[in-house]
Design a protein around this ligand. Sequence first.
Ligand code: NAP
Length: 295
Amino acid sequence: MTAKRIDGKAAAAAIRETVASRVHDFAQRIGRAPGLATVLVGEDPASAVYVRSKNRATAEAGMAGFAHNLPDTISEAELLQVVTDLNADERIDGILVQLPLPLQIDAARVIETIEPGKDVDGFHPVNAGRLAIGLPALVACTPLGCLHLLKAELGSLAGLDAVVIGRSNIVGKPMAQLLIAESATVTVAHSKTRDLPGVVRRADIVVAAVGRAEMVRGDWIKPGATVIDVGINRIPTQDGKGRLVGDVAYDEAAEVAAAITPVPGGVGPMTIAMLLRNTLVAAHRRAGLHDPEGL
Ligand code: NAP
């Protein structure tokens, strides 16, 4: 079998188009566009690239963007004050503080200071807890994007065996919660899991969120499985530029799977699309409106 290549770029473009049209409706009704504030601390090049593309996407969706670029010498107290001010700013529906933060700042404290209703990254304990007990929440963007791709591919996930490799708070754990809510039978694997290839071989759905280049091999995949590769790993190349690969050995896995996301062009574009979606949802909830349809 040669797997279908799941086109995350096309799926993300469709979501962004729907978001843009709902942004227009929201602005007509409420008299202002939904607003997203991004906070970048320091000059880490990868973080700067991510935040720039988030700011660009915000503008393209017709939302109001509020970009805060702060020096890496900022104290924790000063950063907490910035977040508190954003919480109080009525024009702002979503707050995104780009991680990682400099060592002098406790990232958990910063996240806990964000008003949960504006926590469009879905990292606040209130949102993580609400997701876990099945209440409406703002859900972390990357796993939400993975779920969207899975449902587009498979329809109902009820009863399917899903293996999530990785148990981070930003990907693995919320991914597992989303899959449980869809009635999949979920196993969460991590660095202490025994016989990982054997565990993965049972899965109808594999979500790999590890950060180890091409760790998941083709002979770990059950024939006909759907594979979502969250990993982004740069491996060296002769020209010195490096190349991005996922956590799954794509060519091998594509021989066995029914469908698989590429890296790049799979999960990556979905993350920003879901950030815009979450900002739109946050704006609706803050304005006392029903959640926007079709997202
Ligand atoms: P993380 O916080 O480093 O977590 C990695 C997880 O993988 C941990 O739970 C770890 O287990 C597990 N792990 C490590 N080595 C393993 C092994 N040999 N076998 C099984 N499990 C192992 O990473 P993350 O933030 O979740 O990110 C994971 C990957 O996704 C990274 O490549 C990251 O760049 C990428 N990512 C992509 C997007 C996107 O938009 N596409 C967004 C976020 C992250 P322990 O808990 O036991 O240590």
